[in-house]
Design a protein around this ligand. Sequence first.
Ligand code: FES
Ligand SMILES: [Fe+2]
Length: 355
Amino acid sequence: MSEPKYAFLQPGHYARGWHIALFSQELQVGEVKRLRYFESDLVAYRGASGTVGIVDAHCPHLGAHLASGEGRVIGDNIACPFHGWTFNTSGQCVDIPYASSIPDKAVQALQAWPVLEKNGFIALWHDPEGNPPEDYLPDIGEWGDTGWGDWQFYRSRIRAQACDVIENIVDIAHFPHVHGGKVKKFENRFADYTVTQLSTVDRDASANMIIPPGAPVELEQLRNEQAGSDADAWGDATYHGPSIMYYYTESRSSDINFRAWWVNCHTPVNQEELDLCSAVIVCSLDDTPLPEEFAATYPQMAHLAFGQDVEIWRDKIYREDPILCDGDGPINKLRRWYERFYLPRDITAQREKTQ
Ligand code: FES
Ligand SMILES: [Fe+2]
């Protein structure tokens, strides 16, 4: 078989970068959670000081799962429930309660994953080369502010490829077919770590749309109600790195004025599946509080919009050399940009110099 055109098409390759594992509210002090990402069993735990550790799940001693029996957190360390070997957030073995010394081989035997907790989420760093993490994830200043509250999120484990998810950001042509929208303005901007979509999309009763099975909201009805409304809305969606997208939107109409931050992210589980998550905080743009029903439905809508794409992703194949037309977005440019996260860092750096 010939080499695939892009590094991200090589089986078992996952992007270098930050990937969201959990939202902060999902991990209380003393709690241990099982995770499965990048074909690895992992555990996340929160120590007494609030610090979060993510380490490989299986103990280097005799292989117990560190979350068995709900796991055991001691101070800022995690203790194996089988014989009590204890590890810090760097994966270092710091105590074996029944041994007079810690064997040299045990000290660094457990792999720890770099963790970043900010904006109310917990991200882990994946890097096949094992280099230190890069600092590219911006703050979301509004998170935690009065009137905004904490993330309301939905997560689904779906059958999809990360390269299909990311391509959505430049795919202007799918809106009237998948999301029931008419694109009024659309622009993509690329930088080293970011790709941005600036868009204004109106609901359009004459457009097609995909209705995800079991959708809790009558999508078509809602679309038709909103079509031709006086809402004036715009949005800026930016991927920061390979898997975490921030979306900021403001919408003004005669009955609701709101602004919202979304975090849309995908974290690979294995070669076939990924966790797709959409999280929302929303706030009124004026002094009128948001209607309760709207505040409750809006996050569902965010995830449903993703769900429309999922219906396509689960069955599609990947065309390495697609036939494109002049109305398509910059698909090939996006692919080349995205590849940077799968190439060794020195090759990426060289490429950027020559571009
Ligand atoms: S298996 Fe973990 S301490 Fe023995
Ligand atoms: Fe989409």
